[in-house]
Design a protein around this ligand. Structure first.
Ligand code: PLP
Length: 428
């Protein structure tokens, strides 16, 4: 029997490079054919062959209410009927900005954009314009979208500028970026001691979610805050993934740290393209038309996208929402840890709020090097066994997973039972 997924993938490769519109979708890391989805409802998705899966990708984080939440869908269709886009201000953008400022205390002003990439790219330009400096500091394994100055890997020494990590990025673009190790406070201190006064900004995934899930070590975020303040550098928390995912106040709320600028995306669009960047008013007021830093967008604040985002934010701000989401996510990782131990597999899991990591190593990683040293082959075999069991995880050992409010305890328990079965097969 031929698979419709296989047919669609073969056809797609004729017209779309690699058959996908974003590389990790291609299943290169785990091997096999990507699933083409035709429908999603709540915690489930259905592929082109009609097989259904419990979904722990949630469109890579945005779908915190699950697929096709009826209130969000209604907000979208009601708004669409009034016009798709104006390229002029609308009241709903104001309400969205108001809501975000209310929920995240470090935001005094913000601007809406259409993706996380645009948010980080714009925040970095703004930080450079505000400080009059060029140097950007990032951490290896943290992903901040695909702007040129961010597609950079570490240089040969701590204080040497980075090398492009993608073809097509001129050395001029990567040559202002310094790449340090996440969670390494000593490195950050040494860098600031030598070059602090050249640093325009430090951008960090305060809880990292793009090299699987890694939590900050005690003191790491505090050190970044202190050093940026001391040297007049702008601290940017990239909360595109963690914002409204780890808790209502983001990582900054969980750890009690106030960044100068924050970037947002994913959940704030509820499944449609919305990003945002915001923070200190004195910095934000450097943006055009008030200030000299140019930034713009034809579809920025698009009413249909903002309607989805605003409705999502309203629903997740309900009392107890994140307690329940975090408890369900905890139930999943506790269950996984138990069945891994029982099966005698060196694997474990951890979570922060509604995001989780599964690691084929004995303890949760604290660095990029530790993540990379995990047993990728074991993950890939586990991945395909879980797929057969009807559980859709992110198709890479280096991605975090997401639970939505639509996942029931029965869904979680079924997932743990599937994991038990798959882990036993791994060691058989
Ligand atoms: C997803 C992500 C981005 C990029 O967002 P896009 O909407 O894919 O451009 C940036 N930063 C972080 C932390 C992300 O997780």
């Amino acid at each position: 029997m031929t698979s419709r997924n296989d047919e669609l993938f073969a056809q797609s490769q004729q017209f779309i490079p690699g058959g996908v519109n974003s590389p990790v979708r291609a299943f290169r890391s785990v091997g096999g054919t990507p699933r083409f989805f035709s429908r999603g409802q709540g915690s489930r998705v259905w592929d082109a062959d009609g097989k259904s899966y419990l979904d722990y990708v949630g469109s890579w984080g945005p779908l915190i209410l699950g697929h096709a939440d009826p209130d969000v869908v209604r907000a979208v269709t009601d708004t669409a009927a009034l016009g798709l886009s104006f390229g002029a201000p609308t009241e709903m953008e104001l309400r969205m900005a108001e809501k975000l400022v209310e929920l995240l205390p470090s935001l005094e002003k913000l601007r809406l954009v259409s993706s996380g990439t645009e948010a980080t790219m714009s925040a970095i330009r703004l930080a450079r314009g505000f400080t009059g400096r060029s140097t950007l500091v990032k951490f290896e394994g943290c992903y901040h979208g695909h702007a040129d100055s961010l597609l950079v890997k570490a240089g040969s020494g701590l204080l040497t500028f980075g090398q492009p990590s993608s073809a097509g990025v001129p050395a001029d673009c990567s040559g202002h970026t310094l790449v340090l190790d996440y969670n390494d406070i000593d490195q950050v201190e040494r860098l600031f001691a030598e070059k602090g006064d050249e640093v325009a900004c430090v951008i960090v995934e305060a809880v990292a979610g793009n090299m699987n899930l890694i939590k900050p070590k005690a003191g790491f975020l505090e050190a970044l805050r202190e050093l940026c303040t001391k040297h007049g550098s702008v601290l940017i928390f990239d909360e595109v993934m963690t914002g409204f995912r780890v808790g209502l106040g983001g990582v900054q709320g969980l750890y009690g740290i106030r960044p100068d600028l924050t970037t947002l995306g994913k959940v704030i669009g509820g499944g449609l393209p919305v990003g945002a960047f915001g923070g200190r008013a004195d910095i934000m007021d450097k943006l055009a038309p008030l200030g000299p830093v140019y930034q713009a967008g034809t579809l920025s604040g698009n009413p249909v996208a903002v309607a989805a985002g605003l409705k999502t934010l309203e629903k997740i701000a309900a009392p107890g929402f994140f307690d329940q989401l975090a408890a369900k996510t905890r139930r999943l990782v506790d269950g996984f840890n138990t069945v891994a131990r029982e099966a005698g597999v060196l694997a474990c899991a951890d979570s922060v709020g509604g995001m989780f990591g599964i690691y084929f190593r004995p303890t949760p990683p604290t660095s990029y090097a530790e993540v990379m040293a995990g047993d990728k082959d074991a993950f890939n075999r586990f991945y395909h066994l879980m797929l057969l069991e009807g559980v859709y995880l992110a198709p890479s050992a280096f991605e975090a997973g997401f639970v939505s409010a639509a996942h029931s305890e029965a869904d979680i328990d079924a997932t743990v039972a599937a994991a038990a079965k798959c882990l036993e097969k791994l060691v058989a």
